[in-house]
Design a protein around this ligand. Structure first.
Ligand code: GLN
Length: 235
């Protein structure tokens, strides 16, 4: 029965959710535990999940549709109160940040959960998209991972709860539940020698139950980050 089986949701409001569903299905045989994958569009569907992926796409659209679907508060509870495992890729990581810069004039809603400030569209426009092979030190296999960056954000800073930096173009997530007692761990970077401006860029972070990465692993053929997430963060 699906009810008894571990259910991993993929937020399916906008963006590259189908590719995450396919990667999670592909990863299943390598993970050693059976699980169901569910596209989440409603509060009822979210309630069936023990873990959730928030895909890349357009964070402003995802937050708008989430608000209209009355999913924003349940999502914040899922991440920050219930502290269930959640993984955000690209726009998904923006939504999981406690603070984001370069947001639209009227801002956008964030879910929060990661005590970081992300800079949206750090590398420029769609045409500035690129693939870079980068080491992912947290994976067993140290073959550099083909990271697909599409109008990707970076983690600009790790913030503490009381270091409010809110300016006109920044938005912050509302406080929900108890602040995380876990530290933000940096799991991946673009090293200084590979960055255009010669400065290291943080592109993967984890804080307790929340994992965020700047790129799109679901758009490469490699399922190893999906396998790692299910094995290490979900199980
Ligand atoms: N630039 C997008 C945003 O701000 C994210 C892009 C992506 O998810 N590929 O939401």
């Amino acid at each position: 029965m699906t009810q008894d089986k571990l259910t991993i949701g993929v937020l399916a409001l906008q963006g590259a959710f189908l590719e995450h569903v396919q990667h999670l299905e592909k990863a299943r045989s390598k993970v050693g535990v059976d699980y169901a994958v569910l596209e989440v569009r409603t509060v009822e569907e979210l309630a069936q999940c023990q873990a959730l992926v928030i895909p890349g796409g357009e964070s402003t659209s995802i937050s708008l549709v989430a608000e209209r679907s009355e999913l924003l508060e349940p999502l914040r509870d899922f991440v920050k109160k219930d502290k269930k495992p959640v993984w955000g890729t690209c726009a998904g990581m923006i939504l999981l940040a406690e603070e984001a810069t370069r947001t639209k004039k009227d801002g956008q809603e964030l879910i929060g959960g990661l005590d970081v400030r992300v800079a949206r569209n750090h590398f420029g426009r769609q045409t500035d998209s690129f693939i870079m092979k980068l080491p992912m030190p947290f994976l067993k296999d140290q073959t550099p991972f083909p990271c697909v960056f599409i109008r990707a954000p970076i983690v600009e800073a790790i913030i503490s709860k009381d270091s409010h930096q809110t300016t006109e173009s920044n938005v912050r997530a509302p406080t929900v539940g108890k602040p995380s007692s876990d530290e933000v761990k940096v799991l991946g970077t673009i090293p200084a020698d590979k960055a255009k401006d010669g400065e290291e860029k943080i592109i993967a972070v984890q804080q307790g139950n929340v994992f965020g990465i700047s790129f799109h692993p679901e758009l490469s053929a490699d399922t190893s980050i999906h396998e790692w997430w299910v094995n290490t963060c979900v199980l």
